[in-house]
Design a protein around this ligand. Structure first.
Ligand code: COA
Ligand code: NAD
Length: 717
């Protein structure tokens, strides 16, 4: 028999004496207002109908419940709220069972925690990932999870944001029963009938005893607070989560819920929540490439790599780890042996970290072959070139690929700066060519810039996006220019960091300012880590084409001329005594800086950290605006995702363009205009920034655009 439908997305249906409440709100059954209303109405129905002896909540489609509806965050709350729904579930006088498959995340798990009994499939995903969005559980999760699994396990879930599978959840007491198959609905129904048959009570999580051992609970809270204080670099919500668990220990359940609500609202109001949620949706948006809509990816079963240096080896590891066979071509036996040994070291490190087991390691290495001849690439569906950053070398490689590769093979270059249109134009199949710009270390860094050249075919772009999904990378579509999105913007703010040093700031002061902003490391620390020789080679390559009127700071060249490339040589901007990982300021570097100031006729002046950050960020935002203006990045959000995933921009600030909106574009423009006398060549406001300020608009207003830029309309100078 079918009862009323309280809402479209929640379907109660009576099966014998069990009321099945199916949630059907594609794509992930998020708890939007219609689901919350529907759940409440269905619970009323269950209470009112004497024929109902138990209630089973389950999700239609691939998930139980993906979470609260993130799109509603930051907007006025609509009734009923999720805490009301969860409290109503817990208060139900008849046993409520949650049958979990797929995701039960955030609010989804809170619904399940409010239920009286939980059943889950072994591969379900149960977690409280709110911390990743700058939030904390706000519908009883901070009070119910510790009562169910203890303070330590609950804090682990909430502070890491990681999910457990059904088996792990069962081991921790988060669920009561594991489904034996995949028909969670049928097994849930059987469980409900069994509970009815044995007159099982409506068991309330509020009364669970996970916090009974007060001393152990307090010890877990103290340890979590200490670790959050030292590790959660300026993040707001982790400490609030710890406070909420403290309330769970100290206060009666209802008071704990009120404390949780107050703390949750503080998180909701914090700018970090806005930044992290922007990052969440931006990372979803970048995956939809305009060219790829309607085009099908070409199948990739075998990948070739040319060049087994830092990048070639790292890319090989990423591919092998994702299950793809890889053939690497190098110049000679010694280089090939080095490439193989880089790969082996990286794969061994994955084993040491527990990321893969010994069997997976040997399977990965079995998928790897090396060769000194291009003919080995005849069967490859995709070849990624990662040889020296030199146009002539790359063109010679592409000529060979053109000769040996089968028709339809995708031919990619990992170039950092070179003109991919020129590379493509040199061969007979330019439509098959694009840039796949990985970041070092390529098997670790999440970002993959997919550089679409003038003639790249739509299905080649689709193939690159499919590859990114296989490799679990965050893909960003970029157009061709010197440095694409990321390195081009990096060049701008890195230049300003160098100017600041010549003008009077020290590298360590700039690094400290960047860390205070939330970067894990400052720009000079990054140079020392990556190796100063990489940038030096690029500067030498570009020396001939440099605008002689533009300001050029020679300090980095002076260090490189001495062979001071950073950590690997024991000194760079900092000294690294006895191979230390963190550097100490070097008086000899200070002397070089002083000499360069004198040579440039600069009188050193003082900068506050605020002065430094305003210049650093204004340079980044202005170049980001240029990159969008020229169609190199599709939207401002593509710039944000690039800087977040490849350049260490602090995630809770959402990326430079989101950050610029949050401080106000007029202020960024005013800064640029105020700095102009310091370097008029450099500090030229982007036309896009001027336009947005004139219209009172934001970068966010451009984020809905999803059309591929037409190269003929490009503003590229
Ligand atoms: N609220 C609103 N929209 C959501 C959402 C949520 N909680 N979770 C996912 N979505 C949207 C995505 O933005 C995407 O929308 P799009 O198709 O317009 O881009 C769509 O649902 C599908 O998401 P996707 O991540 O591609 O699906 P998936 O099957 O790979 O993964 C989840 C499903 C639920 C595991 C994953 O989306 C997820 O982790 N979501 C966030 C969960 C979360 O943090 N919940 C806590 C909120 S309190
Ligand atoms: P690398 O010097 O470590 O490795 C280059 C490898 O290419 C060497 O092993 C060399 O033997 C091999 N090689 C050169 N010519 C060859 C040829 N004709 N055939 C076969 N092999 C050849 O350089 P890298 O750092 O790995 O950089 C490779 C490419 O990736 C460059 O275009 C670089 O700009 C780009 N890139 C580098 C980084 C980085 O951080 N290192 C990041 C992104 C992109």
């Amino acid at each position: 028999m079918r009862l009323d439908r309280p809402t479209e997305s929640v379907r109660p249906e009576l099966q014998g004496n069990v009321l099945l409440i199916g949630i059907d709100n594609p794509p992930v059954n998020a708890l939007d207002v219609s689901v919350r209303r529907g759940l409440l109405a269905a619970l009323d129905l269950a209470q009112a109908d004497p024929a109902v002896r138990a209630v089973l909540i389950h999700g239609r489609g691939r998930n139980f419940i993906g979470g609260a509806d993130i799109r509603e965050f930051g907007k006025p709350a609509q009734q009923p709220t999720l805490p009301e729904v969860c409290n109503a579930i817990e208060a139900c006088s008849k046993p409520v069972i949650a049958a979990i498959h797929g995701a039960a995340l955030g609010g989804g798990l809170e619904v399940a925690l409010a239920a009286h009994y939980r059943l889950a499939t072994a591969d379900a995903k149960l977690g409280l990932p709110e911390v990743q969005l700058g939030l904390m559980p706000g519908a009883g999760g901070t009070q119910r999870a510790p009562r169910l699994v203890g303070a330590e396990a609950a804090l682990g879930l909430m502070l890491s944001g990681r999910h457990l599978d059904g088996t792990q959840a069962m081991a921790r007491g988060l669920v009561d029963r594991l489904a034996t198959g995949n028909d969670v609905w049928a097994e849930g129904l059987a469980y409900a009938r069994e509970l009815v048959a044995r007159n099982a009570p409506a068991r309330r999580t509020a009364n669970a005893t996970g916090l009974a051992d007060k001393a152990a609970s307090q010890a877990a809270i103290d340890a979590a607070r200490a670790s959050v204080q030292s590790a959660a670099r300026g993040l707001f919500s982790p400490l609030k989560i710890v406070d909420a668990v403290q309330a769970a220990v100290d206060l009666p359940f209802d008071e704990g819920l009120r404390t949780e609500r107050a703390l949750f609202l503080q998180c909701m109001d914090s700018p970090q929540r806005a930044g992290l949620i922007h990052a969440f949706f931006a990372e979803k948006a970048v995956r939809k490439a305009p060219e790829a809509q309607g085009a099908s990816a070409r199948p990739i079963r075998h990948v070739g790599i040319v060049g087994g240096g830092t990048m070639g080896a790292g890319i090989a590891v990423a591919l092998l780890d994702a299950g793809l066979p890889v053939t690497m071509v190098e110049r000679d036996e010694a280089a090939l042996a080095r490439g193989r040994s880089h790969i082996e070291k990286a794969v061994d490190a994955l084993v040491a970290k527990g990321r893969i087991n010994v069997q997976a390691r040997s399977d990965a290495m079995a998928r790897f072959t090396g060769s000194l001849t291009y003919d080995a690439l005849a069967t490859a569906d995709l070849v990624i070139e990662a040889v020296f950053e030199d146009m002539a070398v790359k063109q010679a490689v592409f000529a060979e690929l053109d000769r040996v590769c089968k028709p339809g093979a995708v031919l990619a270059t990992n170039t950092s700066y070179l003109d991919i249109d020129t590379i493509a134009a040199g061969i007979s199949r330019p439509g098959d060519v694009l840039g796949l710009h990985f970041f070092s270390p390529a098997h670790v860094m999440k970002l993959l810039e997919i550089v679409v050249a003038r003639q790249t075919a739509a299905d080649v772009v689709a193939t690159a996006f499919a590859l990114a999904a296989t490799l679990r990378k965050v893909p960003v579509r970029a157009g061709v220019c010197d440095g694409f999105i990321g390195n081009r913007i990096l060049a701008a703010y890195r230049h300003i960091a160098d100017c600041l040093v010549e003008d009077g700031a020290s590298p360590s002061q700039i690094d400290r300012a960047a860390r205070t902003f939330g970067y894990p490391m400052g720009p000079f620390q990054v140079t020392d880590l990556a190796g100063g020789d990489i940038g030096w080679a690029t500067r030498k390559r570009k020396a001939a084409s440099r605008d002689p009127a533009a300001r050029y700071v020679h300090i980095a060249d002076r260090l490189c001329e001495r062979g001071w490339f950073g950590q690997k040589t024991g000194r760079g901007y900092y000294l690294y005594p006895q191979g230390a990982r963190s550097g100490v300021p070097d008086p000899e570097v200070d002397a070089i800086i002083a000499a360069e100031r004198a040579r440039a006729g600069v009188v050193a002046r003082d900068f506050t950290d605020e002065d430094i950050l305003r210049r650093y960020l204004a340079a980044m935002v202005n170049e980001g605006a240029n990159v969008v203006f020229e169609g190199i990045a599709l939207r401002p959000l593509d710039v944000d995702v690039t800087l977040l995933n490849g350049y260490g921009f602090p995630r809770h600030r959402g990326g430079p363009m989101h950050y610029a909106d949050s401080v106000g574009l007029p202020r960024i423009l005013a800064d640029i205009q105020a700095f102009a006398p310091e370097a008029p060549q450099f500090w030229r406001p982007s036309p896009l920034l001027l336009d947005l300020v004139a219209r009172g608009a934001t970068f966010a207003s451009l984020n809905h655009r999803a059309k591929a830029p037409d190269p003929s309309e490009s503003h590229h100078a």
